[in-house]
Ligand binder design. Structure first.
Ligand SMILES: [Zn+2]
Length: 464
């Protein structure tokens, strides 16, 4: 595949690049990026255990080939992080590009094997194709391209590839911030989730992530008398847990419209004409639930619901070992995601109020939400780069319901935006590809994203 023969010229013209002049990167670099992505997808970095070292080494080798000097850093064996700097003049503080090397377990039911990087009908399949080895390959390629052309920049471009994001960042971004804060200091970071099109009402809306929800992972435990299964007790640990879990999931958490959610909803509503009215109604808590129920796009409704309340899902249940033995304890693991500010601080109490007094809690992981202003030169510059790639693009600030490495980097004083550009054709929802079977990336969309990322990074670091 080459630029001349038509990376941008897909016969059906589905990408906004189709038919437009080639980008700034050479066809050779695009091919190298895709090959690197395929090689990364063939390395199994399922977390746990992670074992990110081979993926980090592959990236290091690609960087060394351009004369760059990557460093590999580990807090635990084979939980490898990579740092590499493309030096600017130092007039301005660095811009970080960051991505995680690990992936979630593939699970069953794939149409194409999850670690073989097969391209079928223009789509590249593999665990990590969109979350987020695509961005690993793109970031490495951007540094390689800058080095190859000896670009003169006013900021350093700092590449930080991390381990262990999918299990809570312990050996990755958190470990780096705790142990090597100086090596990863940057004014801004571009990391996970943002810069892809949402197709709505004939428009292409590109969210750039400026906020993310916090996390509160809990283990809930009930205790009771043990004994023989043939002689039931009135109350058991299992019975108490099941009742508690059922109360928790049946009673929804209250709707609370936080400032980043309002900014996102207003910006989106402004683009959607009369249909925007439904989104505006979401800012009124008493109307929101009915609007969410009525939205025909269920994927959108799920996302919006998550942006408007603390959420809980109960994802692990554990009790007993034998059919005829009443266990003395039962456990559930609860994934709670918290809103920014005061709303998030209330989450623990909201959960306790629902489950009742017989449940004990252990906090497994906790971090507050993070939010950044969209009123920065970088946000403006990213928006301009998106519009250069897709002249009809509408760019809006966005809060994601999940968390990323930005939680850790924010503690290091870095303003973090989600910007992992990729083009997806209409009908494919970015969020639905995440952690799902048949995770895949549209190859043309990958090239679109690479060109956009390169343009955005180069322009911002050369100018502002
Ligand atoms: Zn991810």
């Amino acid at each position: 595949m080459s630029t001349e023969s038509g990376i941008w010229m897909s016969g059906d013209g589905r990408s906004p690049r189709a038919g437009r002049s080639p980008g700034k990167l050479t066809a050779e670099i695009h091919e190298e990026a895709l090959a690197l992505l395929c090689d990364l997808l063939r390395i199994d970095t399922t977390n746990p255990p992670g074992n990110e070292r081979p993926a980090a080494e592959l990236c290091a080798e690609a960087l060394r080939a351009e004369g760059l000097e990557p460093k590999l850093l580990e807090g635990a064996k084979d939980r490898t992080n990579l740092i590499c700097r493309y030096r600017g003049t130092g007039e301005l503080p660095p811009l970080m590009l960051t991505a995680h090397l690990d992936v979630v377990p593939p699970g069953d039911g794939w149409t194409h094997p999850p670690f073989e990087a097969r391209i079928v009908d223009g789509w590249l399949y593999g665990r990590g194709a969109i979350d987020m080895k695509n961005h690993v390959a793109m970031c490495v390629t951007v540094l390689r391209a800058l080095a190859r052309e000896k670009a003169r920049l006013r900021r350093d471009v700092l590449l930080v590839l991390v381990a262990d994001e999918e299990a809570g960042c312990t050996w990755g971004s958190e470990w780096l911030v705790r142990n090597h804060a100086d090596k990863i200091r940057a004014e801004y970071a571009l990391g996970e989730i943002g810069g892809f099109p949402l197709h709505m009402e004939g428009r292409r809306i590109y969210p750039i992530q400026v906020a993310q929800k916090g996390v509160l992972w809990l283990r809930a435990r009930t205790r009771g008398e043990g004994g023989h299964g043939s002689m039931p007790r009135e109350r058991t640990a299992v019975g108490d847990l099941v009742r508690a879990v059922s109360r928790l999931v049946r009673r929804p958490m209250p709707i609370e419209v936080t400032p980043p959610a309002r900014e996102f909803l207003d910006a989106l509503a402004a683009q959607l004409g009369p249909k925007g009215a439904a989104l505006r109604a979401l800012s009124r808590p008493w109307l929101a639930r009915a609007v969410l129920r009525a939205l025909p796009d269920r994927s959108l409704a799920r996302t919006l619901r998550a942006l408007l309340s603390n959420t809980v899902t109960v994802n692990v249940l554990r009790a007993g070992e034998k059919t005829n033995v009443i266990p003395r304890a039962a456990e559930a693991e609860i994934d709670c995601r918290t809103l920014p500010g005061k709303a998030g601080e209330k989450a623990m109490q909201q959960i306790r109020d629902r489950v009742g007094p017989e449940v004990e809690f252990e906090v497994l992981q906790q971090a507050p939400a993070v939010e950044f202003t969209s009123k920065t030169p970088l946000f403006e510059s990213l928006a301009a780069a998106i519009r250069r790639a897709d002249p009809e693009a509408v760019v809006i600030p966005y809060m994601i319901p999940g968390f990323t490495d930005a939680l850790a980097f924010a503690h290091n004083g870095t303003t973090c935006y989600g910007f992992t550009p990729v083009y997806l054709p209409e009908g494919v929802v970015f969020a639905d590809l995440y952690h799902n079977v048949d995770e895949r990336i549209w190859v043309e969309g990958f090239h679109f994203g690479l060109e956009l990322l390169y343009d955005a990074v180069r322009t911002f670091c050369a100018e502002g």
